[in-house]
Design a protein around this ligand. Structure first.
Ligand code: ADP
Ligand code: MG
Length: 280
């Protein structure tokens, strides 16, 4: 297995798109698994009450299990709820359970409601003996308090874009929302990465979507694209990433290529984040 370059400090990345079914969870899970396989220490935080990322990484997440819900509400620390992914020793997961679906209402009146995840994550990273190369947060589709918590806890947004006719619809709204978070809550935040998923290189439509996204966001879109494959869609039912389930298939290879590109762009992206900081 190839070793990827490691970032000079922890990269904090939230995977978001308010559209459902565009490949957020699949991307969060498989990019994380590919990075972990390459030797990086990775922490995945599942912020979706559906718990699909937890499922796909083989982590139990029944209602009542210690989870990110307890972290947000201050009952437990990340140290106490994280679990190791059975397939990768350097991949850990903060699971989500359906209990999280009540959290948005429960935290709505808290004065620090936007920064609950940020505080918990910073406390954990500062106190942990382990150094993480990547923290990757899987977001739910709606743009509610859970996603705002994710956006406030990270410095980078990764947006998966499904190669389909309406791909760019809603993207402007998402970028605007990220801009509002930037202005009001988290000036360090940038959109660092877009990844075109469910790409079919045989169709003109897929290639047109890629070109259109690339024209709008030339420095953000990865060269790698993710094809639609059966193995990608069936891996979660075995509680596994496609990286572990079908390591030599097109799905795993494509996600490994995307992860390598993400790793190779680390210093350039960390530099952009630093520059923004200095500009104030
Ligand atoms: P989201 O988290 O944005 O809702 P998911 O990652 O759960 O999206 O993907 C939605 C559905 O599409 C899932 O059933 C998933 O297994 C499937 N899927 C995602 N990416 C691919 C792909 N590249 N090839 C085949 N199926 C995919
Ligand atoms: Mg999802």
């Amino acid at each position: 297995e190839t070793t990827f370059p490691k970032p000079s400090r922890t990269r904090l990345i939230a995977v978001a798109n308010q559209k459902g079914g565009v490949g957020k969870t699949t991307t969060a899970v498989n990019v994380s698994a590919a990075l972990a396989q390459s030797g990086a220490n990775v922490l995945v935080i599942d912020m979706d009450p559906q718990g699909n990322a937890s499922t796909a990484l083989g982590i139990p997440h029944a209602s009542g299990e210690p989870s990110v819900y307890d972290v947000l509400e201050g009952r437990l620390g990340i140290q106490e709820v994280k679990r190791q992914c059975p397939d990768f020793p350097s991949l850990e997961v903060v699971p989500a359970s359906i209990d999280l679906s009540g959290a948005e209402l429960e935290i709505a009146d808290m004065p620090n409601r936007n920064n609950l995840l940020k505080v918990a994550l910073n406390n954990y990273l500062a106190s942990s003996d382990k150094h993480y190369d990547y923290v990757i947060i899987d977001c739910p589709p709606s743009l509610g308090l859970l996603v705002i918590n994710a956006m406030c806890a990270v410095t980078e947004m990764m947006i998966p874009i499904q190669a389909e006719y309406y791909a760019l619809e809603g993207l402007g709204q998402l970028i605007n929302t990220i801009g509002l978070i930037q202005q009001n809550f988290n000036s360090d935040l940038i959109v660092s990465t877009m990844l075109v998923t469910m790409f079919d290189k045989r169709t003109l439509l897929s290639r047109e979507v890629y070109e259109e996204v690339k024209n709008h966001y030339p420095n953000i879109v990865l060269d790698a694209t993710i094809p639609r494959t059966v193995k990608i869609s069936e891996a979660p039912s075995f509680g596994r990433s496609v990286i572990a389930y079908d390591p030599h298939g097109m799905g795993a290879v494509s996600y490994a290529e995307a992860a390598l590109e993400i790793a190779q762009r680390s210093e350039a992206i960390l530099h952009i984040i630093d520059d923004r900081k200095h500009e104030g």
